[in-house]
Design a protein around this ligand. Structure first.
Ligand code: BG6
Length: 294
């Protein structure tokens, strides 16, 4: 059992320290089940009752304090991708490799469970990003998963943030799935040196895909005939959607992914890549909802 367990008193919510040393929170109710780690506030599993997990977790994921878990929903914050001016700083920011605090867990009247985690500045975060902030991550586990990351600027001057809720989805076969919802949207293609292009029809996968779809708040539908389901992914407070599949060569080059790992995952991320300026005392909320149409 973890120390965090004594802080919560909510039916269906427990915290246990795993053999690798990280604290795992399990939320289980009549509607769904979710697992997450205080390390990175990283959700690793979400299963609506009677379904197969909607999220993908690499069988080779590494669980340790200085590494991000491969799969689930990493929180990229306060920047997305490489740091804009200093590549020695961690890719995708520090939130996904920092221990968060479990703040509250409540059973809601509709049968869902709401859990909140918090993170604020520390000596280490200030050495990477010199601003004072408070982050609240609200997770509601029901038939669908609703996640909302709210930052408050608790500093005396404005700052810019970027980031993403970097969701990895569990699919039957990458060559059979398609993503609907981004037709006509412009994207920057990271595989082609950030060249700008426009989506024509649904997205299908036959090679590496690493794209930032810009100026879109649209809902995406991940159509998966192999699992006989469509996952609906909606969002708010997000100016971009990132779609990523590393394909074979990159999977082979990643130590925390099996060689064929790319075949059963695809990332559809709620991004905030244009940068958001937040004045002292102001807030911004980046949110994503994940729902199965089975
Ligand atoms: C995606 C990026 O969001 O994350 C990719 O667009 C990147 O370029 C991928 O490779 C995984 O990043 P990381 O840091 O978790 O290996």
């Amino acid at each position: 059992m973890s120390e965090a367990n004594s802080l919560i008193n909510c039916p269906g919510v427990s915290v246990e320290t795993q053999s690798h040393g990280l604290d795992k929170v399990v939320i289980d109710n009549d509607l769904g089940r979710c697992e997450l780690y205080l390390h990175g506030a990283h959700i690793t599993s979400f299963t609506p009752k009677g379904e197969t997990d909607l999220l993908w977790l690499s069988p080779k994921a590494v669980f340790c304090a200085d590494k991000a878990i491969r799969g689930g929903i990493p929180i990229c914050w306060p920047w997305f991708g490489a740091h804009p001016s200093d590549s020695s700083k961690p890719a995708h920011g520090f939130a996904r490799v920092t221990q968060w605090q479990l703040d509250s867990a409540v059973a809601l009247e509709n049968g869902a469970t709401q859990v909140c985690l918090k993170l604020s500045e520390s000596e280490q975060s200030l050495s990477l990003w010199p601003h004072r902030f408070e982050l609240v991550y609200q997770i509601v586990v029901g038939k669908q998963l609703d996640i909302a990351l709210t930052v408050t600027n608790t500093d005396e001057s404005a700052f810019d943030i970027g980031g993403a809720l970097h969701s990895y989805f569990n699919i039957h076969d990458v060559e059979q799935v398609s993503i609907k919802g981004l037709d006509g949207i412009c994207y920057r293609d990271k595989v082609e040196g950030f060249a700008q292009n426009q989506q024509n029809g649904d997205i299908k996968f036959t090679q590496e895909v690493d794209r930032v779809y810009i100026d879109t708040e649209d809902t995406c539908y991940l159509q998966d005939p192999g699992f006989d389901r469509t996952i609906e992914i909606s969002k708010s407070g997000s100016d971009s959607t990132i779609v990523w599949n590393p394909w074979q060569d990159k999977s082979q080059s990643m130590a925390d992914m099996s060689d064929d790992g790319y075949q059963t995952m695809v990332c559809i991320e709620a991004g905030s890549t244009g940068g958001v300026n937040i004045a002292p005392g102001q807030q911004h909320c980046l949110a994503q909802s994940i729902k199965c149409r089975c």
